[in-house]
Ligand binder design. Structure first.
Ligand code: AP5
Ligand code: MG
Length: 213
């Protein structure tokens, strides 16, 4: 199964992708997580990506494309994968389609997690993430067992730097301009499935699983 998670910042792509990796045993490939890891490790890529991410802008395609296409050739991707946060522009989607077509492959499901902008800012202000293992929580909707600590590795949770209300507003504008057109792109390819992302995480997960049948 080759799956793409579409949806606005904070729609729940990462939360759902993580639940799916457990059930379907295929890797979650999150470009946002890859960039954040590079920022933490202060790599060249991380330094370049940070200047865009901090402003709520997309990292340029030339820094993103090879990185992802390389990752998809990994041994762990041979039974499929969940792309979380990629593609995010039409050129990225076209490059992915072309790379897959070369191998006679295609995307099976593009899942659009729909959440109105009004809900997003509120969700983001309550998000807490584990800087070590990447697990995501919410101070009201998805609380860790012990306040402020990751359930999986016990690390102290932090807020993402790009989750300030101002940066979130910018990310939403960028989303509508550059990423939303992908919904039509995958609809035309006949693999788009929209799910209501405003319900509880478990309900959203049920709906996604029912898409796979
Ligand atoms: P990325 O990390 O991908 O950020 P994003 O797309 O903005 O999405 P988020 O991770 O913020 O949200 P999400 O949909 O994963 O929601 P989550 O599950 O955490 O990218 C970051 C940056 O990197 C970009 O801005 C860009 O600069 C760069 N970048 C990344 N990929 C790129 C690419 N391909 N090209 C160029 N640049 C790229 O949930 C959010 C919160 O809500 C959490 O607190 C969660 O607990 C809670 N929540 C989740 N589901 C529910 C629910 N059903 N009900 C209530 N709360 C919920
Ligand atoms: Mg995410």
């Amino acid at each position: 199964m080759k799956i793409i998670m579409l949806g606005a910042p904070g729609a729940g792509k990462g939360t759902q992708a993580r639940m799916m990796t457990e059930k379907y045993e295929i890797p979650q490939i999150s470009t946002g997580d890859i960039f954040r890891e590079n920022i933490r490790n202060q790599t060249e890529l991380g330094k370049k990506a940070k200047s865009y991410i901090d402003q709520g802008l997309l990292v340029p395609d030339e820094l993103t494309l090879d990185l992802v296409l390389d990752r998809l050739s990994g041994e762990d991707c041979k039974d499929g994968y969940i792309l979380d946060g990629f593609p995010r522009t039409i050129p990225q989607a076209e490059a992915l389609t072309a790379a897959l077509e070369e191998k006679g492959e295609k995307i099976d499901f593009a899942i659009d997690v729909e959440v109105p902008d009004d809900n997003i800012v509120q969700r983001m202000s309550g998000r807490r993430v584990c800087p070590k293992c990447g697990a995501t929580y919410h101070i009201r909707y998805n609380m860790p067992e012990k306040e402020g600590l990751c359930d999986e590795c016990g690390t102290e949770l932090i807020q993402r730097e790009d989750d300030s209300p101002k940066t979130v507003q910018k990310r939403l504008v960028v989303y509508h301009e550059q990423t939303q057109p992908l919904i039509d792109y995958y609809r035309r390819k006949g693999c788009l499935y929209a799910v209501d992302g405003t319900r509880s995480t478990d309900e959203v997960f049920q709906e996604i699983c029912s898409v796979f049948g």
